[in-house]
Design a protein around this ligand. Structure first.
Ligand code: GUN
Ligand code: FE
Length: 439
């Protein structure tokens, strides 16, 4: 077997701090030994030299902080080239920036180039599980999964389904979209650590026939995922009501086609009525909160408290939503989530935030048996932070009194400089201080 080991301070969550307000939900170990065999954690506990296998020298990070790799549960890798495209809100932003960029992905070499750059950025940011939209072109999916498989990532992706209200060169048909998705799922789903995500872009760009076939795909497949956008922007809401007059509300459009259930991921969900909240909770569906995107596009302030601190909570993960989001860094995502809560008169604690970016998102996407915490049996996706990476961080950390203070400083001031190293299934795939391209 391939054996490796890490040593240093570590932090991992085992319970939900939104449920157990005030009780301890994390485990901090000042000097941890993590042993890894064939990509799986076999031991995580206090360092003991007697436990280190003969001939193995642990990667030692005495001033670091080892965490589970971060999850980015809603992102568009093809939109990386258009980050910071400004001056418009959702619908005009799509027409003006997104569609012309996505049209380039019929070219598999271009798709490979961007997929590669995107995954390097995610690893540099400490993200080990992205769940991404591709474009309408099957080539964009093959390019992504080829690169992800090479890196050994646990990741999901899917071909965008779009058969109306989009430029001609970005439209499939209900039938070709179905056939292509089926072929891609057969090729990639369950290969290594990859999973396929049925991806109708959002209600306005699919006919009822296409949504119906997306539901069929989901029912026929074995453990396939679904992702789409929900209630992001007021103009979008009005448009959906015009296009689907028979539906009670936005979520009902998806529900009528069997697209609301476990393993169904809904990006944004800002403007929901109480029926939609209750239905998402009952169905075991997942919302992906995308703070930097919601602020950048002026979409609105997500109600995280209704999602997680309520009698019928809704599974909630976090996403960067690149290119509407402005950073792949989970620190930026967490920092903006905190500010959105502030604007609503609520408080997101640092432990709640770091839980959400790791075990919380893992549980929300139903991957909780594989990733999201540092314990035996879990896959060894790990990130090593350097809490004093910059002069300002070091200065500010020197006044931190608690672990929570330290975490809050990182999520407020942090960026990719804070990420010392990233491990995927026990292999170092990013090393901040080693210019050599590990991945
Ligand atoms: N709604 C439909 N498509 C998109 C997209 O690409 N990005 C965002 N943020 N919202 C969408
Ligand atoms: Fe999105």
């Amino acid at each position: 077997p391939m054996i490796s080991a890490l040593r240093g301070p570590s932090l991992s969550y085992f319970a939900n701090p939104f449920d157990d307000q005030g009780s301890i939900c994390h485990r901090y170990e000042a000097d941890t030994l993590i042993l890894i065999e064939d990509g799986i954690i076999t031991h995580a506990g206090a360092y003991d030299p007697a436990l280190v296998p003969h001939g193995i020298v642990p990667d030692h990070y005495p001033d670091g902080l080892i965490l589970p790799g971060f999850i980015d549960a809603h992102v568009h890798y093809p939109q990386m080239p258009l980050i910071a495209a400004h001056g418009r809100q959702l619908l005009e932003w799509l027409d003006h920036y997104v569609f012309p960029t996505e049209a380039r992905y019929h070219d598999i070499d271009f798709a490979r180039l961007i997929a590669r750059r995107f995954l390097r950025e995610e690893l540099r940011a400490g993200v080990t599980t992205p769940i991404t939209y591709c474009t309408v072109h099957p080539e964009s999916v093959d390019a992504y999964f080829e690169e992800a498989a090479r890196l050994g990532l646990r990741t999901g992706a899917g071909k965008v389904l779009m058969d109306r209200n989009a430029p001609e060169n970005l439209r499939d048909t209900a039938r070709t979209g179905y056939d292509q998705s089926r072929r891609l799922a057969a090729r990639w789903h369950g290969q290594d650590r990859l999973f396929y995500v049925v991806t109708p872009r959002f209600a306005p760009t699919s006919t009822e026939e296409q949504l119906d076939l997306a539901g069929t795909l989901l029912r026929e497949g074995d453990g396939l995922y679904m992702q789409t956008h929900l209630a992001e922007n007021q103009a979008e809401l009005a448009w959906v009501q015009r296009l689907f007059p028979a539906s009670r509300d936005y979520l009902d459009v998806y529900d009528r086609f069997g697209l609301v259930g476990p393993r169904c991921l809904f990006g944004h969900a800002i403007h929901l009525n109480e029926r939609e909240w209750a239905r998402l909770a009952e169905a075991g569906a997942t919302i992906v909160h995308c703070p930097t995107s919601n602020l950048f596009l002026g979409s609105g302030l997500f109600n995280l408290k209704r999602a997680l601190v309520s009698a019928n909570p809704v599974r909630t993960a976090l996403g960067s939503d690149i290119g509407a989001g402005t950073s792949v860094s989970p620190f930026a995502t967490l920092g903006e989530a905190y500010k959105i809560a502030q604007l609503r008169g609520e408080v997101l604690t640092a432990h709640q935030a770091f839980y959400l970016a790791t075990l919380g998102s893992a549980r929300a996407i139903s991957q909780d048996d594989h990733i999201g915490s540092i314990e035996p049996g879990k896959e060894a996706d790990l990130v090593v932070l350097d809490p004093r990476a910059t002069p300002l961080l070091a200065e500010r950390q020197s006044h931190a009194e608690t672990l929570e203070d330290q975490l809050f400083i990182m999520m407020t001031l942090g960026d990719d400089r804070l990420v010392r190293a990233t491990y995927v299934a026990g292999r170092k795939r990013h090393d901040r201080d080693n210019a050599g391209d590990l991945s």
